[in-house]
Design a protein around this ligand. Structure first.
Ligand code: R5P
Length: 272
């Protein structure tokens, strides 16, 4: 298909292949320019519908807006639910995604959702490289569920960081609940955006006597100065997946290791 942007910023899509009666898979990122990426996806889905395809499978390795999945204070939107509604209205028949911020988000849809487990790949690679002898630490309360999954799979100890952050930009204050003294620590989370959560968690673990601090995060957004912030933290190595397109900064980094989820997604498409 041809995707163009008009001078006024509007997006135009033209499907040039014969797709009538076919099962179609649309792979889209909703990460670097989420608003544009989403609008582009809606228009692509509409163009495919009008080209009379049989089914549309949307593959979104990272589900943008996933963190806005509840009304946690007055006056806010539940944007993740809105995106789910818009995807359904646009006409997708099935969603394939990876490590949703909260697996309950599947309930936002009345169509099938495959929430693939990208963190299992990170777990395997960590186990191969560092073994099982570690303490898994949730870098904030919202990461407890994912961190517990890592701890259970590794048979490792568990600790949590109570993070106090005033708004999205502010530096946060972290308090470690648990024991990491003399231990190898794995910080496990689903998303790294500004890097503030991971960097301050790494610092808190280091200050409490952790021997080494590693990290595993499915979705590496790394906005702004995230990479240099993490580089100057006690984090020794970080494993991420390629659910989000890489940046120059990331490609130059030797201590951030990217694991491919291509096979995971290919299998999900094949089994549809
Ligand atoms: C929050 O609930 C997520 O699990 C991550 O901890 C958060 O998105 C990380 O954000 P940042 O890298 O900006 O601190």
């Amino acid at each position: 298909m041809v995707v163009e942007t008009f001078p006024d910023g509007e997006i135009a899509v033209r499907v040039e292949e014969e797709v009538s009666g076919q099962d179609v898979v649309v792979l889209q990122t909703i990460a670097r320019e989420p608003n544009n990426d989403l609008m582009e996806l809606f228009i692509i889905v509409d163009a495919l519908k009008r080209a009379d395809v049989k089914t549309i499978n949307a593959v979104l390795p990272y589900f943008g807006y996933c963190r806005a999945d509840r009304k946690d204070r007055p006056g806010v939107a539940i944007s993740a639910k809105l995106v789910a509604n818009l995807l359904t209205v646009a006409g997708i028949d099935r969603l394939v995604t990876v490590d949703l911020h909260a697996s309950q988000m599947q309930g936002f849809f009345d169509i099938p959702v495959d929430n693939l487990q990208g963190h299992k790949l990170l777990l395997d690679i960590f186990r191969k490289s560092q073994g099982n002898d570690c303490v898994v630490v949730a870098p904030n309360v919202g990461s407890i569920h994912v961190a517990r999954t890592y701890a259970a799979a590794l048979g490792a100890g568990f600790a949590v960081i109570d993070r106090l952050r005033m708004d999205q930009q502010n530096e946060c204050h972290s308090t470690l609940i648990g024991d990491v003294k003399g231990k190898k620590v794995l910080l496990a989370d689903d998303i790294c955006s500004t890097g503030v959560t991971l960097a301050s968690a790494a610092k808190a673990c280091h200050e409490k006597g952790a021997k080494q601090v590693f990290g595993a995060v499915t979705h590496g957004l790394f906005v702004g100065e995230a990479v240099s912030l993490l580089e100057s933290s006690p984090l020794e190595k970080l494993w991420i997946t390629n659910s989000i397109p890489s940046t120059e900064q990331l490609r130059g980094s030797e201590w951030i290791n990217t694991i491919s989820i291509a096979r995971l997604i290919a299998n999900a498409i094949r089994n549809a």
